[in-house]
Design a protein around this ligand. Structure first.
Ligand SMILES: NC(=O)c1ccc[n+]([C@@H]2O[C@H](COP(=O)([O-])OP(=O)(O)OC[C@H]3O[C@@H](n4cnc5c(N)ncnc54)[C@H](OP(=O)(O)O)[C@@H]3O)[C@@H](O)[C@H]2O)c1
Length: 272
């Protein structure tokens, strides 16, 4: 059956930022489709909870507290994956945030800028580099990077985050070329998705209306929307797709995206 090509039976998937939001849903969605999961985030209790949900779905889970900006921590993480599972088929570089680099050009100095690049771009490069020996041993490994619509949208206050995510998109393309045909590498560029990081939108009716006004589908995305895209890119269903950035944003590409981002920029707390 063609639907079976979306299954992940027998595969092991490492997902960063899997404590909540998009990453947590990718973890449980992949488990539903048959994968064993390594859940990574800084807050141990969050990854423990998601790992429990994975086990309740009948799959194995490992919950690891790790800051993706800590190279030694990432190396230890890969060691523990090797010891526990002996293999890795899927890597999802999802952890990310506007970080300290969110804010005006006047406010954001080099250290703040680099903080944001580190969380969103350098971490994904470093973990991919460290995971490569395991991925190369897998019969058909896949890498999925979670980017952002802000890689192409233009607005104030997001210089660092936008640069990091645009860098991630191009890095995805170069890596895919270098790693083909054994390993596929793709990215997803989400629009506004309802997660804890966008609670400042969903908890304010005016802002929610202002935001959805610019989304043709008339709603914010849900973590399910991104998890389904990740499933497609991580599974054999996308066997002939590599080096691509899949936009999952409710159709915002057709609209003046900076309008919604102006709303966000005026309202988001700086330096989270
Ligand atoms: N939500 C959106 O509208 C949206 C739109 C475009 C792109 N994205 C991208 O989608 C990804 C997930 O976003 P989200 O909205 O699901 O975020 P979220 O709800 O804030 O969840 C982020 C997860 O990543 C973890 N994390 C953050 N920094 C980390 C670090 N340094 N090391 C390890 N784990 C870290 C967090 O846990 P700890 O804090 O415990 O570490 C948490 O589990 C991000 O890359 C984001 O840039 C989101």
């Amino acid at each position: 059956m063609i639907i079976d090509r979306f299954r992940l039976d027998g595969r092991t998937a490492l997902i960063t930022g899997a404590g909540k939001g998009i990453g947590a849903r990718i973890a449980t969605a992949f488990a539903e489709m048959g994968a064993d999961i390594i859940c990574v985030a800084r807050t141990q209790s969050d990854v423990d909870e998601v790992a429990e949900q994975v086990r309740a779905l009948g799959r194995q889970a490992l919950a690891v507290s790790c800051d993706v900006t800590d190279e030694a921590g990432l190396a230890a993480l890969i060691d523990s994956v090797e010891v526990t599972f002996g293999k890795l088929d899927i890597l999802v570089n999802n952890a990310g945030a506007p970080g300290k680099g969110y804010g005006s050009l006047k406010k954001v100095d080099k250290a703040r800028f680099e903080h944001t690049i580190d969380i969103n771009l350098t971490s994904a490069y470093t973990l991919t580099h460290l995971a490569l020996p395991l991925l190369q041993k897998a019969p058909e490994a896949t890498i999925v990077n979670v980017s952002s619509a802000l890689a192409w949208m233009v607005d104030r206050n997001f210089s660092a985050y936008a640069a990091a995510k645009a860098g991630m998109n191009q890095m995805t393309k170069v890596m895919s070329y270098e790693l083909a045909p054994k390993i596929r590498c793709n990215a997803i560029a989400p629009g506004a998705i309802e997660t804890p990081s966008t609670a400042f939108i969903t908890q304010n009716e005016q802002m929610l209306n202002d935001t959805t006004r610019w989304i043709p589908m008339g709603r914010l995305g849900q973590p399910d929307d991104i998890a389904l895209a990740a499933l497609y890119l991580a599974s054999p269903a996308s066997a002939f797709v590599s080096g691509k950035v899949l936009e999952v944003d409710g159709g915002m590409v057709a609209l003046p995206g900076s309008a919604i981002q102006t709303t966000l920029a005026m309202s988001a707390p700086e330096g989270q």
